[in-house]
Design a protein around this ligand. Structure first.
Ligand SMILES: Cc1ncc(C[n+]2csc(CCOP(=O)(O)OP(=O)(O)O)c2C)c(N)n1
Ligand SMILES: [Mg+2]
Length: 657
């Protein structure tokens, strides 16, 4: 085709993205036309010149990852996917934001149709993409560049770069030299409230340069310039790249271009008609010329060829180096491991974080895909995988990520590592600082991603560090996140099961909550099969039920002994994972909790969720106020967490029932 005709066809393809975005938002009467119109040129260059994806097999392992962090511009992604032949139909576009279609307001997680992750909360996509880029580096180093060799392309906007999580994540990516990550910044100087002069006047490229990134600036509507910059970005093998693309929000809209009103409202029929007239677009809404589909089909041929080449390399490697290919394939398989309780002396006291450390070594030996890490608390979280080094610029094989004090980015990176595939990741910090990770935890749950979060120092009984560090409401607030499994083990066997269930889980995230303080190691370990039900009878009794988790299981057992002396037979029920327990059949639940026995609950934290469990005259014993700086045993006295205090509460309630 002559050069001019080619240019016209390209322009038509870019216009198609703009037109589809305008029309879908208008029809839905809600949504964000400005970003798709402003980033259409950039996206077209990435998709037509660089991105290796394959609509006939959207989840092939070595595809490039494409993350739209400014996810309000979802119509850009849906348009690209539709035009390129992914399973997003015109009907889906016509039903943008409607019940039952593949086109929700913000992109979610549907890798089978080309959507890599949920990005509604600004900054989350950027930070998650850092984890994806880490996974790619790790797999390439560990198993060979013939099997893993791709890029992570990210679109983001002003909002993403204002959010703190992107700073944490960019700092980490620069430190680690994740050169396969290329970010296209929609530098349009507009957000919802108006000009970025209102609140965002920093020098973004200077900031990224200080993080160790390559920074480039282009006219975001000059496709030749964008292509050139992307080529420069790809050539850098030391640094991630930020390409600041100077764009106009709502590009193509005659009066709303460059205004915040193009951000998040339909443009209106007149504005759309004028925009189409200016483009020379005279088709009805949702009609796309065949030539546009052909342009995108042609663009996809590069990804298809890359896929075919990769398949051939895998087969070649299989015939020459079967062991290597087998070990690489193992890491992509779901886990199905059985873990043994770590050895511990009955009668001694061991913290569950220490028990977890031993279990981690066992899991890491069984599952080469596990990559761990902590936010600068390795000696406290006890999460280091011994026998492996740090994942760093110089050692991509290392399985311990030094996240630094960047909990939020750690949460998102754990999601990105996990979403990438070939890696199962965990990240650790103190339980109180789960608050610093919560947006990433919520998104993991929403996406059904089996990330693992390890949180130690799980109650006021961490002691002297005081109330800033002592979790109170965290356990309750984590348990109300739909789909998150919160494990709070009490002993060696429960700790092994917590890890086993977390690592074998495929459909959602898990939290493993561990003590700082030593807990008694029981003489008789409970049965694994009981623990796997999430809750079970630990000591039988006929008069009352004491339900407890983690460290309080031992308190409940001690209280039960004293109660027996007073003629009250207490059943002790351990509930290491409320969510797993709640999924058991009713008949099991009532066999454990009884139907009319007084049920007391015992957990060193908020009673918010336990007050619904306590019943028949029983009460929820917890801590509904902040803690204090003091040794753990002093706090136990003051807060009623001694066997004697529990007995007093129980006998008082019991005598009234
Ligand atoms: C964490 C978070 N805070 C707030 C929002 C609501 N929100 C969506 S888009 C947006 C403005 C984003 O501005 P920018 O990234 O510049 O997008 P543009 O208007 O240029 O498309 C805001 C505040 C959000 N989605 N996520
Ligand atoms: Mg903007």
């Amino acid at each position: 085709m002559a050069q001019e005709a080619l240019m016209n066809e390209e322009q038509r393809a870019v216009d198609a993205i703009r037109v589809l975005s305008m029309d879908a938002v208008q029809k839905a009467n809600s949504g964000h036309p400005g970003m798709p119109m402003g980033m259409a040129d950039i996206a077209f260059v990435i998709w037509s010149k660089f991105l290796n994806v394959d609509p006939s097999d959207p989840t092939w392992r070595d595809r490039d990852r494409f993350v739209v962090s400014n996810g309000h511009g979802s119509m850009l992604l849906y348009s690209l996917l539709h035009l390129s032949g992914f399973a997003i139909s015109m009907d889906d576009l016509e039903h943008f934001r409607q019940w039952g279609y593949e086109t929700p307001g913000h992109p979610e997680r549907s890798p089978q149709i080309g959507i890599e992750m949920t990005t509604g909360p600004l900054g989350q996509g950027f930070a998650t993409a850092v984890g994806m880029a880490m996974a790619e580096e790790h797999l390439r180093a560990d198993h060979g560049a013939d099997l893993t060799d791709h890029r992570t392309f990210v679109l983001c906007g002003d909002g993403d770069l204002m959010e703190g999580v992107s700073s944490e994540a960019a700092s980490l990516a620069g430190h680690l030299g994740l050169s396969r990550m290329i970010v296209f910044y929609d530098d349009n100087s507009i957000t919802i409230d108006g000009s970025t002069d209102l609140a965002f006047t920093e020098d973004v490229p200077a900031r990224f340069a200080s993080y160790g990134w390559q920074t480039l600036t282009v006219d975001g509507h000059d496709r030749a310039e964008i292509e050139k910059a992307t080529t420069i970005a790809l050539a850098d093998t030391e640094r991630p790249t930020l390409i600041s693309c100077k764009t106009h929000i709502g590009f193509g809209a005659p009066t709303k271009v460059d205004t915040s009103s193009a951000h998040g409202s339909p443009l209106g029929p007149d504005e759309i008609a004028d925009a189409k007239a200016a483009m020379g677009w005279d088709l009805d809404p949702f009609m796309i010329p065949d030539s546009v589909y052909e342009t995108f089909l042609e663009a996809m041929s590069r990804g298809r060829a890359a896929h075919t080449g990769w398949t051939a390399r895998v087969e070649e490697a299989r015939s020459t180096d079967l062991d290597r290919v087998s070990s690489w394939e193992t890491v992509w398989e779901p886990s199905d491991v059985r873990l043994d309780p770590p050895p511990a002396e009955p009668g001694s006291k061991v913290a569950t974080r220490k028990l977890s450390e031993a279990v981690i070594q066992q899991v890491a030996a069984l599952r080469p895909d596990i990559v761990g890490g902590s936010a600068d608390l390795v000696p406290s979280n006890n999460t280091y995988i011994t026998g492996s080094g740090d994942f760093s610029r110089t050692d991509r094989v290392g399985r311990n990520v030094r996240y630094g004090i960047r909990e939020h980015a750690m949460g998102a990176a754990v999601n990105g590592l996990t979403l990438h595939g070939g890696v199962r990741a965990f990240g650790a910090t103190f339980l109180t600082f789960a608050d610093y990770m919560r947006p990433a935890v919520r998104i993991a749950a929403l996406m059904g991603t089996p990330s693992i979060f390890v949180w130690t120092h799980d109650s006021v009984f961490l002691g002297e560090d005081g109330p800033t560090h002592q979790p109170i409401e965290q356990l309750a607030s984590l348990r109300i996140i739909p789909g998150l499994h919160v494990h709070r083990p009490a002993d060696p066997t429960e700790t092994a099961v917590a890890w086993q269930q977390s690592i074998n889980r495929t459909d959602g995230p898990s939290a493993i909550i561990l003590t700082r303080q030593g807990l008694p190691v029981p003489a008789n370990e409970p049965a694994t099969s009981d623990i796997e039900r999430g809750g079970y009878v630990r000591v039988d009794g006929t008069d009352i039920v004491l339900v407890a988790t983690g460290s309080e299981v031992h308190l409940a057992s001690d209280a039960a002994i004293l109660l027996a002396e007073q003629g009250i037979s207490a059943r002790v029920v351990s509930v290491p994972c409320v969510e797993v327990f709640n999924n058991q059949p009713d008949v099991y639940l009532s066999s454990v909790l009884g139907t009319d026995l007084p049920v007391f609950t015992l957990e060193a934290g908020s009673t918010a969720m336990w007050s619904a469990v306590a019943r028949n005259g029983g009460v929820a014993i917890g801590i509904d106020h902040f803690g204090a700086s003091a040794p753990a045993d002093v706090l136990a006295e003051h807060y009623g967490f001694t066997p004697e205090a529990v007995v007093a509460t129980v006998t008082e309630a019991f005598s009234q029932s």
